[in-house]
Each structure stands twice: as C-alpha cells, then as structure tokens.
Design a protein around this ligand. Structure first.
Ligand code: ADP
Ligand code: MG
Ligand code: ZN
Length: 481
C-alpha cells in the first residue's frame, strides 16, 4: 500500500517598505534604527483633526515595481480603511487599498534548476506600515511609532509555486528587482521586506485547492524554506490521521524550526473595509506613468541573459555580475572601456578581486576608490603583456587603496616587466647557480623542472619577468650553454 502523494501549493504575500525620504501620508522621516518615537507627528499618530497627504515619491516607487513585473497599472485606484485594534496601530485602522488596487496581473520570473518560468501576480497595492511593539525585560511593553505610516507595497502572488525551492527563488527574484530599482532595500532582518506564506497540500492530480494555513512575517529566505517544509509535513500528518487542515494563521518559531498556531483565519468582513474619506482616489496621468516607465529599463534576469549572449559569459558569472545593480553597472562600464573582447578578463577581476574585497570590507561599491576606467586600464595593460600576473595583483592592490592610475603605479613601484635579455639571463643564471641539483635533473630530461626554474627566475626579477621571455631564455641558455 502506498501513501497518498501530495502536491504542495504556495502563494506569497510580500510587504516591501518603499525607499522614500518621508512617510506615506506625512512629512516625518522614513528611517530605521533611530530612537523610539523621534519620527512622529499628529498624522502618523492619528491625532484628531489631522489629515493625510499622499507622498508622490511612494506612488512613483510603487508604480515602478508594478511596471517592472508587467502589471496593469490602473489609472485610478482607491485607498480604504482596514479597521482593527492593535496597540501599534494608533488610528485604529490602516490605510490600504482593497477593492481597487494600484495594479493587477503581471508576473515574477523565477529560475529553478536552470529553467525560467513565471509566477503570476494577483495584485500590487499600496498601504502604510504599523508601529512596533517592544516587549521589555522589565515586563512592560512599549510602542515605537517611528515605523507607523511608512509606505509599503503589498505584492500578492497567485498560488503558483509548487515547492519550497520555488518559493525561495520567487523571493530572491522579487527582492533582486526591488533593490535593482531602488524601490526597497530588501533587508529582511530589519523588516523592510516581509513575507506571509500561504501553504496547502492536495492529492496529486486534484484540481481544487486544499485548505491553506497562512504563516505570518517570516523574516529570512532560509526560514521561508523551513516554514514550508514544516507546514507540508504537519498538514500531511493531519490528513493521514483523517483530520482536516483548518484555515488558520500561524507564526514561525525560528528557534524550534516549527510553525505555531496564532489565531483562526480572519475574514475580509472582520476588517470592515470602507473607502478612506480623507483621501481622494489616486489618479495617475499617462505622462507620469510614461516617465516612471523610462526608469524601468533592463531588469537583472534580462541583463544576465544578454551578458551570456553578447559577451560569452557563463550563466554563473552572468548571475553573479547582475546580482546587484551597482556591480552590474560597474562591470558594464569597465567592459565598455576595456573592449568587449576583454569581457571575460574583466569578469574575472570583478569576481576574483573586486567582490571579494567588498565582502571583506563590508562596504558598497560606490565607496570604492577603484573605478571602471581604472580596472579597464589594468586589464588592458595585463592583456598586452605590459604587466605580469603577479605584478598585476600588486597594482590592483595599490589602485584599490589609493585610486591611483595603474600606469602610475607601475612606474612608481618599478613594476614594468623586465624583458631585456641581459637582465632575464642574469636572473636565470642566478637561479641555475642556486639549484645545481635541479639543473642537472632538468638537463637529464626532467621537463617539469622547467616550471620550477620559471618560478625561481621570476622571483629573481621580483615578479616582473615577462613569462614568455623567461621561458624562451631558459631554453636558450640550456641549449647554448
Ligand atoms: P488573504 O490572505 O488576505 O485573505 P487571499 O485570499 O487573496 O488573501 O490570499 C492570499 C494569498 O494566499 C495569495 O498569495 C494566494 O495565492 C494564496 N492562496 C490562496 N489560496 C491558497 C491555497 N489554497 N493554497 C496556497 N495558497 C493559497
Ligand atoms: Mg493573507
Ligand atoms: Zn508623521
């Protein structure tokens, strides 16, 4: 007897904080990490008589995200009040969009095991964030309203994902695009990107959806995978015992790696949605949408494909170089300066040295002294044999530290390659003299010792010996001696 085989069905609701200077409906700073309640005013505290004014920058970013995912951006959408009681919600309602959202349709491309496919979106709407409850060690709870009124987009997917792997790929892709377009910084730890996971299972072949559980606010991509794994097992065990899955809201306990019951699923009725009387419908002009569309050009997945096709990069290299927009832009500019024929070499420097150092130093590329023209200059010099491999690393170091031109570093440190025969011959003779046994073995036909003497002679020139000349002169000296 074989157990029932289940298919997993997943739909995600992602909340992304928009990277605006100020909050959604007031002039308070939209900033994370400041002392509690330092960015508050009558509007975001919901004091009587205050009125919201919509932040145009938030609309622009929301539209940018919607266009990036190919949604239909509605020329008119409507803000609504979503009513509920919670201490972090000073007004007693959240301004959101309900029946008439900013955008509908669209899709997020995901790549799983080398295959690209689309996860359809249901909608993208705008809303405001709530404040944050802080539970103190003294047993008292306090509320920080700095986050209250922060602009968000909620991005709702269709139940299109069929595995934890796909859900994680979806989040990675979504996050990458939002960061690429400066819509959201994507920082899940700080809560600027949060994810509710809807999971259900159904017998394979069944077309109706199973009853789902919704797991709230999972704050890392790894936890998203764990949440789904746990839920699938929990639900399968319930069905195996003949108990149904109940529609409920759960949370993920990261210490235990388990989801925990939170409350029975709330229904839309519970929120008593109604149109926000203090805000007119949001009307978007054609020209505005057109201007925003111009800021949404090539997206990372398309760029990665182009780098493979036009420059012959491997899928892996193309993926790494398009993971972040600043890295992709740096790479493009350096290739432009060095010439497309040297793209692979530029890629190697980017992946080997530039990204490694950024990682080590924990700094963004924008703060680096290395620039695309400087890297291009170094690549061209190395490619033309005007600096040897080991010396090139030293030049890179110097440019990285001080932003000096590679040509200038070569002269300052005397790193121009030595290719005049007299100097090279002297270095080789010195190496021969120091290693008579190895020399005898080389003469006896042990070819691999050629490499040994290349290394020794290179060291004599302090890394500056031109490898081709070195090789030729070792052979010449052996033959002519
Ligand atoms: P809410 O959770 O606010 O009631 P929806 O009914 O629109 O809103 O569903 C929210 C999310 O749940 C969507 O991403 C949707 O794809 C997903 N979803 C709906 N039904 C299922 C299901 N049976 N299994 C898995 N995901 C589902
Ligand atoms: Mg939901
Ligand atoms: Zn405010």
């Amino acid at each position: 007897m074989s157990a029932v085989e289940y298919e997993v069905v997943i739909g995600l609701e992602v909340h992304a904080q928009l990277l605006t200077e100020s909050k959604a409906f007031c002039a308070c700073a939209n900033r994370y990490g400041d002392p509690p309640n330092t960015h508050v005013c009558p509007v975001c505290l919901g004091l009587p008589g205050s009125l919201p004014v919509l932040n145009a920058g938030a609309v622009e970013r929301a539209v940018r995200a919607a266009l990036a995912f190919g949604c239909e951006v509605h020329r008119e959408s409507v803000f609504a009040r979503k009513n509920y009681f919670y201490p972090d919600l000073p007004k007693g309602y959240q301004i959101s969009q309900y029946e008439r959202p900013l955008a509908t349709g669209g899709a997020v491309p995901i790549e799983v095991q080398g295959e690209v496919r689309a996860v359809r979106l249901t909608r993208i709407h705008m809303e405001e964030d709530a404040g944050k409850n802080l539970h103190g060690a003294d047993g008292l709870s306090r509320v920080d309203f700095n986050r209250a009124g922060t602009p968000l987009v909620e991005i709702v997917s269709e139940p299109d994902m069929r595995s934890a792997e796909e859900a994680m790929a979806y989040l990675r892709s979504l996050r990458q695009v939002l960061r690429w377009l400066d819509v959201c910084d994507g920082n899940m730890e700080e809560g600027s990107l949060r994810c509710d996971i809807n999971v259900s299972i159904r017998p394979r072949g069944e077309s109706r959806l199973g009853t789902r559980a919704e797991v709230k606010n999972v704050n890392s991509i790894r936890f998203v995978g764990k949440t789904i794994q746990f839920e699938v097992e929990r639900q399968a065990a319930l069905l195996a015992r003949g108990e149904g899955v109940r529609q409920e809201t759960r949370t993920f306990d990261s210490a235990k790696g388990e989801t925990v019951f939170m409350r029975a699923k709330e229904k839309a009725d519970d929120y008593r949605y109604f149109p926000e009387p203090d805000l007119p419908p949001l009307r978007l002009e054609e020209a505005f949408v057109g201007r925003v569309a111009e800021t949404v050009r090539e997206l990372p997945l398309a760029m990665a494909r182009r780098l493979q096709e036009e420059l012959g990069l491997s899928p892996y290299d193309a993926g790494v170089l398009t993971a972040e927009r600043d890295v992709a832009a740096f790479f493009s500019a350096a290739v432009q300066a060095a010439g497309p024929a040297r793209a692979k070499k530029v890629a190697n420097w980017m992946m080997g040295e530039v990204l490694r150092r950024l990682n080590e130093e924990g700094r963004p590329l924008s703060e680096a002294k290395m620039t695309p023209p400087l890297l291009a200059e170094l690549v061209v010099l190395a490619d033309g044999g005007q600096v040897t491999g080991p010396a090139a690393k030293r030049v890179f170091d110097e440019v990285w530290k001080g932003g000096e031109r590679p040509e200038a570093v070569l002269d300052r440190l005397g790193l121009r390659p030595v290719s005049d025969d007299a100097a090279i011959d002297a270095a080789i003779r010195a190496a021969f003299a120091r290693h008579p046994e190895e020399l005898a073995r080389l003469r006896g036909g042990e070819e691999k010792l050629l490499g040994f003497f290349m290394g020794q002679a290179m060291r004599e020139t302090r890394g500056k010996g031109d490898p081709k000349t070195l090789n030729a002169r070792i052979r010449a000296l052996l033959a002519g001696d």
